[in-house]
Write a protein that binds this ligand. Structure first.
Ligand code: IVH
Length: 705
């Protein structure tokens, strides 16, 4: 039988026959597996056919068939997933934990839109599925791309895998030409338990919870594995669409359901915060019997025109919020209290706990925040936990709120061992021995060692390569730490000279490191090279300046546009006076503390030198204010003053920014437009003195159309 014949003994005629037989057998297996859900051969048998086919093709390349199984789309990819840019960013949600937070959400929206309390404002409320989000792109009714959320801007292309989910239609009819459907991939609790049983039987690691199991199953390089995992999908939102599906959120859900998607039956329309909370309580009561994990209830403004007016903050919509369920609690023992030193030198105490499961996840650390928190006080000197301090050996109640680091809720002093001692907070840095100083009014003590403190240096590097900063493939927190300890990378600039130093002639050195092979080393060098081009906002964020988070970094990048302008402005603002200092302070979203931290950073001699070293290796990509087609105010500096009558100040600002304008809080020679409502005073006067254009609210609205 040809099947038994060794490939190298086949003659050409036999090879032709054998390739035909293999193509047919695999095509048959594919239909049984992908279309009929009834595999006829085992995965191992399938793989054997496949590799025999490949072997023959290698030996007789000219005989490769036009329908060769090795060219099949949907076949498992051998390396990681490709990245895809989301046409519309995938955002996350802000959180509410209490009924008051929900009332505030409603108040904030009404205020933003200027809707009086007695005017109707409809919401939807639906379960927050604890899975992973997925964006499905349909073009002319065909699923052309499925992408994970990734960092919100770029996700992973998991199309072949998504196609194996029965809840995800491969094609839909009567849909707009472009339709992006967003929703959550999840696994039921029963399926999760069964999967873990199988994992254990096969000596594979069990998954921590259904969400991890869903994520691990969707992100398989071999879509056959994904196919074998019982994954589901709930659709709950849209991305890019070429045509509106409805004018309400609830209408969209209706349409999605008619198009063939599973939507959550627990979605309700609610007319006020009390109805939202009532529905939340109902969902919470039924939580245990739902069969799948949810971690809260999502509220969305129902009217899509209002959603558009409300828009987004940096990463979250103003029109939606996740009302989280209270965290699960567990009791355990504090085995030790350790101090971690962060990138800004802050000494953060951490409780090392006897491992305990909280909400399906094993917890072995909890944050202790600072000295006062351990002692039972908040930063204003008020008692917390009725003043009970936390000691080594104590029994404590721990909880997890969302995805954040576990926290300690309380301490059980009745179980405290006799002779236990209060925790004494260190006065020197445990990493470098420099003095740790707690300044007046500050909650945290900081190491004064600066760059000589290895912990600060490592943490700075970790931040530098983190996801929202340089995000270099293959260079994560673990790798920079090893590179630091081995003396290869002491400062950010060293990352970019790594190849010159060890890559070319001496790649062996990197290969000698645990876990590095020639391929991964080369991949790392390539990844580093691609990140030498970096957008200004990412660079600013990567520097790890105190108080400068992702969103401020973006604000600064949009304001200054180029590295040279930003760098020069920070230098000129150094003595904390003059026009650059004033401009910096006037940027909406930049406060006094932040401005001071920025100029301090740029004026510290050693930091400055390290920065110059770094920038030499980079080509910084300018960040323009978003270019909005047809916008008459793109790039213009606008100041709103006085009372606005048609919209609130917040909406006016968000609106102007969405059109690419820069909104500033004070008038200077750089201001392009002052929008002055009734009651405008000194700012209007200054604008007139400086010859800056002053518009009424109506003139402004006419200008932006
Ligand atoms: S709406 C603009 N609805 O929660 C954001 N998200 O914390 C639109 N999620 O990344 C998201 N259930 O993965 C929405 N019913 C639901 C959801 C839901 C789960 C996830 C989603 C999102 C995350 C935000």
């Amino acid at each position: 039988m040809a099947e038994k014949t060794e490939v190298k003994s086949l003659d050409e005629q036999q090879a032709i026959v054998e390739l035909k037989r293999l193509a047919k057998a695999m095509a048959q297996a594919d239909v049984a597996y992908h279309q009929n859900d009834a595999p006829e051969i085992s995965d191992a048998e399938y793989d054997a056919l496949k590799s025999r086919n490949a072997e023959i093709e290698t030996l007789f390349p000219t005989l490769k068939r036009r329908d060769s199984p090795s060219d099949k789309v949907g076949a498992p990819v051998s390396s990681g997933f490709s990245k895809v840019k989301h046409a519309v960013a995938m955002m996350s949600l802000g959180n509410a934990f209490t009924d008051d937070d929900v009332a505030e959400f409603d108040t904030r929206i009404r205020k933003f839109l200027n809707i009086a309390d007695d005017q109707p404002l409809e919401y939807t409320a639906e379960p927050k599925i604890d899975g992973l989000s997925l964006s499905l792109r349909y073009e002319d009714g065909l699923l052309v791309q499925a992408a994970t959320r990734g960092d919100g801007e770029f996700g992973e292309n998991v199309t072949a895998n998504a196609l194996t989910l029965s809840d995800i239609p491969a094609s839909i009819i009567s849909a707009p030409d472009i339709l992006e459907v967003r929703g959550e991939v999840y696994m039921s609790r029963a399926d999760f338990a069964a999967l873990n049983d199988t994992q254990i039987l096969n000596d594979a690691k069990p998954f921590a919870n259904p969400r991890n199991a869903a994520a691990g199953s969707l992100r398989q390089l071999d879509s056959k594995i994904t196919k074998s995992r019982p994954l589901h999908f709930f659709a709950y939102a849209l991305g890019e669409v070429s045509e509106d599906l409805s004018d309400t959120q609830s209408g969209i859900i209706d349409r999605l359901s008619h198009l063939g998607f599973s939507t959550n039956l627990l979605m309700r329309r609610c007319s006020n915060p009390s109805e939202l909370i009532e529905h939340y309580s109902k969902i919470e009561r039924g939580r245990a019997t739902l069969g799948y994990d949810i971690d809260g209830v999502v509220y969305k403004v129902d009217n899509l025109a209002l959603q558009t007016r409300l828009g987004f903050r940096t990463n979250t919509p103003r029109w939606a919020i996740a009302h989280k369920f209270p965290a699960e609690l567990a009791q355990t023992i504090v085995e030790d209290i350790e101090i971690q030193v962060g990138r800004t030198g802050a000494l953060s105490p951490v409780a090392r706990l006897k491992p305990v499961t909280v909400g399906g996840v094993v917890v072995s650390n909890a944050t202790l925040h600072n000295e006062d928190y351990i002692a039972g006080r908040d930063s204003f000197g008020n008692l917390i936990r009725e003043g009970r301090d936390i000691r080594k050996g104590d029994w404590v109640t721990v909880y997890r709120a969302g995805d954040v680091i576990p926290k300690i809720k309380d301490v059980d002093v009745s179980r405290r061992k006799e002779g236990s001692q209060r925790y004494e907070f260190p006065s020197v840095c445990p990493e470098c021995g420099s003095d740790a100083i707690r300044e007046e009014g500050e909650a945290v003590a900081r190491c004064t060692g600066g760059l000589i403190c290895p912990a600060q240096a490592v943490e700075k590097l970790k931040h530098f390569v983190s996801r929202a900063a340089f995000d270099i493939d293959g260079l994560g927190a673990k790798q920079v730490e090893t590179f630091y300890l081995d003396g290869w990378v002491k400062a950010p600039a060293d990352i970019f000279s790594l190849y010159q130093r060890i890559g070319s002639g001496n790649i062996q050195q990197l290969k000698n490191f645990e876990g590095w092979g020639a391929k991964s080393a080369q991949k790392l060098f390539d990844a580093i090279k691609t990140k030498q081009q970096i957008p200004l906002n990412r660079l600013i964020f990567a520097l790890g300046i105190r108080h400068v988070g992702e969103s401020t970094a973006m604000t600064l990048a949009r304001h200054y546009g180029t590295w040279d302008t930003f760098n020069a402005a920070m230098e000129n603002a150094g003595d904390q006076r003059g026009s650059e200092w004033e401009t910096l302070n006037a940027i909406d979203g930049v406060g006094g503390v932040m401005a001071a931290a920025l100029v301090d950073y740029f004026h510290e001699v050693k930091t400055r030198a390290a920065l110059e070293d770094l920038v030499k290796h980079l080509s910084v990509i300018d960040v323009a204010a978003p270019i909005v087609e047809g916008s008459t105010v793109g790039g213009k500096v606008v100041v709103f003053t006085g009372t606005l009558e048609k919209m609130t100040r917040a909406e006016a600002k968000a609106n102007a920014e969405a059109l690419g304008a820069k909104v500033s809080g004070s008038v200077s020679a750089k201001t392009d437009i002052v929008v002055a409502g009734p009651g405008a005073g000194s700012k209007r006067k200054k604008a007139e003195e400086l010859g800056v254009k002053v518009l009424s609210e109506d003139e402004w609205l006419a200008l932006i159309g």
